[in-house]
Design a binder for this molecule. Structure first.
Ligand code: UD1
Ligand code: UDP
Length: 377
């Protein structure tokens, strides 16, 4: 049974790494790993941490790449790899352009696709952009859907995807988180080493979404700058995404505040430790909305919507929108109202128990051996 896993960006790599390790260890499975390298440095950080060596590396990343560039390069790059390997199934993850285009490339070769982290929806075509449509289209190509939650399963059923093809697994990000969160860790980064986590309140920030580039990002960063100016006991740590558009705006608005630290993207292990030692988090990341409830850290999500309402229901995540005044007011509330803070700061686990990868491997083996025995008849 040959399974090819394909991913290209940091979050896909973090969420697929524990699964690839399980596939590699399984004696019944021949596991092939292909990376598109839609991200280069941020992907390599994850490959290094989880000690994964890809069998294929399309190396497509270009500075300031457009979605069309990613699409064309992944589609043409995947074709010969799929033709050569002819896997029984291709596994993709989530909602990036690597995900959707790899699914499309596999479909063109009539190779079945398994979609990990299936069924999340905002029902807004342009937000997140282009991820909502990437995820919907991948779902309609896929044969097997690994849905993190019951809500995700229901979203798929509502699109006439057969229940027989859906498995509820939990989110593999919890598998990854548990593999690194419990290990003792001391920061190597000089800025992080110099921070006084005991007497200061550290706010971790990340922001990168395409629909936030430009005006929204200016609002978000200005609100954060205002919070930093007002609260002496606050230190803001922002490992800045490598997108040059993000870096320009972050440097311009946040680069001159003494208690705002703009640093390079962190390896997953230091980053998880940073989140765990923070007072709260401000982000537009998808994955961090799933990690933070497990860590018991309040999150203000700087987006208008989320495809992860479970984290809001769990109480640790709030939508703060993209307006300067609202973000500032919500961050200030967390810093000044202990009761409001305590309501959010509790551990919850809507995204699973860290065994998502076991469930995925078991379901893969069951489905593929059933398909093979039908074919043999
Ligand atoms: C991509 C995904 C998004 C995902 C995000 C995770 C698409 C369309 N977007 O968005 O869904 O949430 O990754 O971070 O699939 N860059 C580097 N080095 C890196 C990574 C990026 O230099 O390691 C720079 C490059 O100039 C690149 C730019 O960042 O052109 C943007 O990368 P891209 O993958 O196009 O978009 P993201 O915003 O990262
Ligand atoms: N992350 C990391 N280092 C950082 C910032 C984030 O390892 O400097 C991790 C984070 O814990 C989460 C993932 O990267 O698991 C989120 O990736 P990103 O924000 O790029 O994408 P998104 O989650 O929005 O798709």
């Amino acid at each position: 049974m040959k399974i090819m896993t394909v991913f290209g960006t940091r979050p896909e790599a973090i969420k697929m790494a524990p699964l690839v390790k399980k596939l590699n260890e399984d004696p019944d499975i021949e596991s092939v790993l292909c990376v598109t390298a839609q991200h280069r440095q941020m992907l390599d950080q994850v490959l290094e941490l989880f000690e994964l060596t890809p069998d294929y590396d399309l190396n497509i990343m270009k500075p300031n790449q457009t979605i069309s560039m990613i699409t064309a390069n992944v589609l043409t790059g995947m074709e010969p790899v799929l033709q050569k390997e002819q896997p029984d199934m291709v596994l993709v993850h989530g909602d990036t352009s690597t995900t959707f285009v790899t699914a499309l490339a596999a479909f063109y070769q009539q190779i079945p696709v398994g979609h990990v982290e299936a069924g999340l929806r905002t029902y807004d075509k342009y937000s997140p952009f282009p991820e909502e449509i990437n995820r919907v289209l991948t779902g309609h190509i896929a044969e097997l859907h690994f849905a993190p939650t019951e809500r995700n399963r229901r979203n798929l059923l509502a699109e006439n995807i057969s229940d027989d093809h859906i498995v509820i697994t939990g989110n593999t990000v919890i598998d990854a988180l548990l593999q690194v969160a419990d290990k003792p860790y001391e920061f190597e980064d000089e800025t992080l080493r110099s921070l006084d986590f005991e007497h200061k309140r550290v706010i971790t920030v990340t922001c990168h979404r395409r629909e936030n580039l430009g005006e929204n990002m200016e609002h978000i960063f200005t609100a954060i700058r205002d919070i930093a100016a007002e609260f002496d006991d606050v230190e803001i740590v922002y490992p800045v995404h490598m997108n040059p558009k993000v870096r320009d705006t972050a440097g311009r608005i946040l680069g001159h505040s003494h208690n705002v630290h703009l640093i390079e993207p962190l390896q997953y292990q230091p980053f998880v430790n940073l989140m765990a030692r923070s007072y709260f988090i401000i982000t537009d990341s998808g994955g961090m909305q799933e990690e933070a409830p497990s860590l018991g850290k309040p999150v203000l999500v700087v987006r208008r919507e989320t495809e992860r309402p479970e984290a809001i229901e769990a109480g640790t995540v709030k939508l703060a929108g993209v307006e300067r005044d609202t973000i500032y007011a919500m961050a200030k509330e967390l810093l000044t109202d202990k009761a409001a803070y305590d309501t959010m700061a509790h551990a919850a686990n809507p995204y699973g128990d860290g065994k998502a990868c076991d469930r995925i491997v078991a379901a893969l083996k069951e489905q593929l051996s059933a398909a093979k025995s039908i074919a043999a008849r």
